[in-house]
Write a protein that binds this ligand. Sequence first.
Ligand code: ADP
Length: 223
Amino acid sequence: MVKVPTKLVTWDEIVEWSMGLAEVIKSSGFRPDVVVAVSRGGYIPARLVCDFMLVDNLISIQSQHWTEAAKVAEKALIKYPYKVDLSGQRALLVDDIVDTGDTLILARDFILSEWKPKELKIAALQWISPVAKIKPDFYYIEVKDWMWFQYPWTRHEDTVQFIKRALSEEGKSKKVWSFEEIRNVFIEYYGIDVGEVYFKLALKSLVDLGFLKEEGGKYFIKV
Ligand code: ADP
């Protein structure tokens, strides 16, 4: 039984979705002078939207509260509250997904009060409509049932967190694991397969982090 509904998103899908999002924006008639990527998830979509809309100006803002993949958030904050003068400019704030909407609301309010653009619109590849506190001006996919989208730019980070979470739970009754057993429990929990390269890299990181110990091809849960 899958415990966390997860979809593995490919690079090709990201290009397709970003191109689709750019088309939605274009057909509205909105032409941004500057794109603001919401760091970190909005970086790649924002860069692609700039490409598909032929926009030269790209800056970013780091609004964050998700510390671990697919975990309930604490509090959102603007990490580096620097000042940029956007007066007279039409700005487009771009993120990967609007989940709760908390980080986007914070970024939007900060930009409106501190950077003062003439106009500010919000675009996201995906919008989880039943849980989001805001609806972006532009989106490409409306998600009706919450799930974790495993984007290609967080594949390693998510794999590390996912293994850690599954093993922390399963590790209460089982301390010694083989590579195949960990891989199977991962697929059982999340319903996706990130492939051997990412899987091995994540296990290596978990050994480096001191969460696992490897000996003779077996993994021991240390904490
Ligand atoms: P917002 O909805 O304003 O983006 P959230 O706090 O809900 O704010 O999400 C912040 C970031 O966390 C997202 O931009 C995305 O990078 C990541 N994230 C949140 N929910 C998901 C999800 N369901 N799948 C993948 N990534 C997510």
